[in-house]
Design a protein around this ligand. Structure first.
Ligand SMILES: Nc1nc2c(c(=O)[nH]1)N[C@H]1C(S)=C(S)[C@@H](COP(=O)(O)O)O[C@H]1N2
Ligand SMILES: [Mo]
Length: 517
């Protein structure tokens, strides 16, 4: 009996020792990352997990977990690290040296993930030191904690023996202290972007957006609002921690196949002629019926103007933009220099870009899915060719040419709603750069009927639509299916063929069943 409960106690204390050593290590790495402006090795590990997650699993996560995908990932990584640390702690109560070796190796894996970034090998003080210190700290703490058993000398592997409480307590306090200080420092320095954003005052646009025409917004309950507020604008990116950039030190370098390399500061951008424009942004991961689109007023410098200034050499057909968080995106030079209003944006709906949406500067290109155009936290642009460019998404099987596909979605009524009398069936449709020509519904077995379209703002904005259905007039009852399809101004009508988002955007008709009572 006694032996058993003692063994249980040893396991518990061992697990606790393992957790404490790990917490100390993570805390130390966060503290140094905050001080050196790098990433803590714990987050780097999460980043690498994202990088090496198979494409299908990533697609699944984005689809099923939506914007919580990163939170779920972080919690999972931390849970795995915690379980491993507890197990190593238990091992340490029996065999200290192997436990120390395993701790070292696990830490070095995390360190490696800070060094081998998605862009290649990056050996800098900020990428190496946090992981190295974390390794030393967690090995040292585990050794100290482990010694609290050894001191009083257990008599054999299964003998728990009263351990040295003083040593244990000291080491535990040290771990806790480092963890708290590290976490606090990373919170404190982690707010740098928000502080910088609060200091920014955007100048008025030289070219204002034209007023929103009357009739772009239909008065129907449950329809997607015509303009999307920043707070509800969809967010898609691979950043585990939102990059905290300082507008004062931000620089954008434009180089490669250009006549004159250029480096711009945030001030330089604000001093240029700013243009305001409403553009509907869309994600390639949007499913049939999906919510990954938003319509905002953007403020920025036309990319065309910037590229004229650097002088793009003939033969360059692609621009690779890189963000502060190492995202790389290839965009056709043509889309950045033709008449569409591709912007290097600093403002969103009258405010500096929110941190999650790319503060201080991002790209917005009408007509192209975000993954080939909308680089947030952008810091580098290289003019090159498609044959030389190899960037994040294209390496993962997505296309590098990805114009937004013509799309329509039913917003209301909800699926399986009980309906009667006159029922407004309504939603949005988009075909950026081409414009929406018509939206049609197929209700039950009846022929396609045309919906009323809200006033068009521009071809780069989505358009609301409504069809006022009177089931009694058509004699329809019970479960009735409703399908929607849009036709754009080139005459193309959405295909019913269902394809998934990868490699260049989903197709298929949105549909739902309504119950006529
Ligand atoms: N730095 C960075 N920029 C990025 C991404 C990213 O993962 N990292 N994702 C792109 C994708 S796939 C889309 S759809 C848009 C989404 O922009 P939003 O989050 O502001 O809606 O950002 C683009 N820009
Ligand atoms: Mo996207």
């Amino acid at each position: 009996m006694l032996r058993q409960s003692r063994r249980g106690t040893t396991v518990l204390w061992g697990a606790l020792a393992g957790l404490l050593a790990a917490a100390g290590g993570v805390g130390a790495s966060m503290l140094l990352a905050a001080l050196l402006g790098g990433t803590s090795s714990a987050y780097a590990l999460g980043d690498r997990v994202i990088q090496f997650t198979p494409g299908w699993l990533k697609d699944f996560a984005v689809e099923k977990l939506g914007e919580k995908d990163k939170l779920v990932l972080l919690i999972s990584v931390f849970a795995v690290v915690a379980i491993l640390s507890a197990l190593v702690g238990v091992l340490a109560t029996r065999r200290l040296v192997p436990a120390l070796v395993i701790t070292g190796v696990l830490n070095l894996v995390a360190l490696a993930s800070a060094i081998f970034t998605s862009l290649g090998v990056e050996i800098t003080v900020a990428s190496v030191v946090p992981g190295l210190v974390a390794t030393v700290v967690s090995v040292a703490l585990l050794w100290l904690l482990g010694r609290s058993w050894r001191r009083t000398g257990g008599s054999g592997a299964s003998a728990p023996a009263g351990f040295d409480r003083r040593v244990f307590l000291g080491a535990a306090l040290a771990s806790g202290g480092v963890a708290v200080v590290g976490g606090g420092a990373s919170q404190f320095f982690g707010k740098a972007g928000e502080a910088s954003r609060a200091d920014v005052t955007l100048p008025a646009a030289t070219t204002k957006a034209k007023p929103i025409p009357r009739g772009t917004a239909l008065d129907i309950k449950g329809i997607t609002p015509y303009m999307t507020p920043n707070s509800t604008f969809y967010r898609v990116d691979t950043a585990l921690q939102v990059p905290q950039l300082d507008a004062d030190t931000w620089r954008l370098r434009i180089h490669g196949m250009v006549d004159n390399e250029l480096q711009l500061s945030f001030r330089d951008l604000l001093d240029m002629d700013l243009v305001e424009d409403r553009i509907t942004l869309t994600c390639v991961s949007n499913q049939v019926g999906g919510q990954y689109a938003g319509n905002a007023t953007w403020l920025g410098v036309p990319m065309k103007q910037i590229l004229e200034r650097v002088g793009v050499r003939s033969g360059s057909d692609a621009m690779v933009s890189t963000s502060a968080d190492d995202m790389t995106i290839t965009t056709p030079v043509k889309a950045l220099t033709d008449d569409r209003n591709a912007l290097l944006a600093v403002g969103m709906n009258g405010q500096p870009l929110p941190l999650e949406h790319g503060f201080p500067v991002r790209m917005v290109v009408p007509g192209l899915y975000g993954f080939v155009s909308a680089t947030k936290w952008v810091t580098d642009m290289e003019l090159t060719t498609f044959s030389d460019a190899s960037t994040y998404w294209t390496k993962r099987g997505w296309k590098d040419q990805a114009p937004i596909k013509t799309f329509s979605r039913i917003d209301t009524p909800a699926a399986f709603s009980q309906v009667s009398g006159e029922v407004p069936i309504a939603g949005v449709a988009w075909a950026q750069e081409r414009g929406i020509e018509k939206v049609e519904l197929k209700i039950g077995d009846a022929d396609w009927v045309e919906a009323d379209l809200a006033t068009e703002d521009s071809i780069d904005n989505w358009r609301q639509w409504v069809y006022r259905w009177k089931p009694a007039e058509t004699g329809q009852s019970g479960n009735v299916s409703v399908q929607v399809r849009a036709t754009d101004k080139t005459g193309y009508t959405q295909t019913s063929d269902r394809v998934p988002p990868r490699p260049d955007g989903a197709t298929g008709w949105d549909s739902r069943t309504l119950v006529v009572s």
